[in-house]
Design a protein. Structure first.
Length: 128
């Protein structure tokens, strides 16, 4: 596996995209509205992305922002086999948010591991 992206919950993805582009020279690589969110991927030099998540309706990110405020939401790792990665996590006794892969942003298959089993970090597996 390799680093894919860090997901950042925000109330204003466009404003944060402008900030990070100026600060990190991280241009927008992809934008979409998905699952009640505006999703903006900023490409980092050397590989990987910042994924900015702005709620457009109620849902997980809106709830997260209400509970925790803006900031890092999850860390995503790229894999060639999300199902296999879930099986490995299940074999290790890790609590899963997703029992099976599901559609994610940018057309990728994704699955999340529960932070109570991963040191407080919400981990996403993403298959390109």
């Amino acid at each position: 596996m390799r680093f894919d992206h860090v997901g950042v919950a925000t109330r204003d993805a466009a404003d944060l995209a402008d900030l990070f582009d100026g600060l990190l020279d991280a241009p927008v690589a992809h934008e979409e509205t998905f699952d009640g969110m505006a999703v903006v991927f900023l490409e980092l030099d050397g590989g990987g992305y910042f994924e900015l998540l702005e709620p457009t309706a109620g849902g997980a990110i809106a709830d997260y922002l209400d509970r925790e405020g803006p900031g890092i939401h999850h860390v995503a790792l790229a894999t060639d086999d999300v199902s296999g990665a879930l099986d490995r996590a299940r074999d290790l006794g890790i609590d899963l948010v997703d029992e099976e892969p599901r559609p994610g942003a940018w057309g990728h298959e994704v699955a999340f591991l529960h932070p109570r089993s991963t040191g407080g970090v919400l981990v996403e597996f993403v298959e390109h």
